[in-house]
Design a protein around this ligand. Structure first.
Ligand code: MG
Length: 168
């Protein structure tokens, strides 16, 4: 994908967020797996490369990058015990009524309208692909994936919505 970036895109920060997610154990290809799972029943012959291309479009968007950077920061600060109480315990234990992790992720799917919200709800409930292992890993004492699992789900859902807009 080598078209000229629009005002809504930031290629330098794209590299930063991709690296930050890799450090947290997530590759764009893992996210494309979820997008493919979500969207293949609706698009004939949809392949992994096309999904990866749409994941790439999503992580180039400034709004998306800001949500990713914010969420990853909270997870990392929580792992290092650098947040104050009671927020530290809430985020570290992924308290189910917290909900701000999902709200932040909505900033990502919001870019693609209503279909993004529907896809995100589905991914979140099903814990598809790498989300399941992030969720389980996040339960370990030294790991916190409270924001990361929702960020990954939201990027996958946004890419699925981008595909739906293109081929729908
Ligand atoms: Mg979460």
């Amino acid at each position: 994908m080598d078209r000229t970036p629009s005002r809504l895109e930031d290629l330098e920060k794209r590299n930063v967020v991709v690296e930050r997610m890799q450090k947290r154990g997530v590759e764009l290809s893992d996210i494309a797996d979820i997008t493919l799972d979500l969207q293949h029943p609706y698009v004939d012959g949809l392949d992994h490369d096309t999904c990866l291309d749409h994941v790439e479009r999503v992580v180039r968007k400034r709004e998306v990058q800001h949500a990713i950077l914010t969420g990853l920061e909270f997870d990392e600060l929580a792992e290092k015990d650098l947040l104050s109480e009671p927020l530290l315990s809430i985020i570290k234990n992924d308290y189910s009524l917290y909900g701000i992790d999902e709200i932040l992720a909505l900033a990502i799917v919001n870019v693609y309208g209503t279909i993004g919200f529907t896809n995100f709800g589905y991914v979140d409930k099903k814990k598809m692909g790498i989300i399941k292992s992030l969720d389980e890993d996040g339960k370990k004492a030294d790991k916190c994936h409270t924001f990361l699992d929702d960020i990954v789900g939201a990027i996958a859902a946004a890419a699925a919505s981008s595909i739906a807009h293109r081929y729908g």
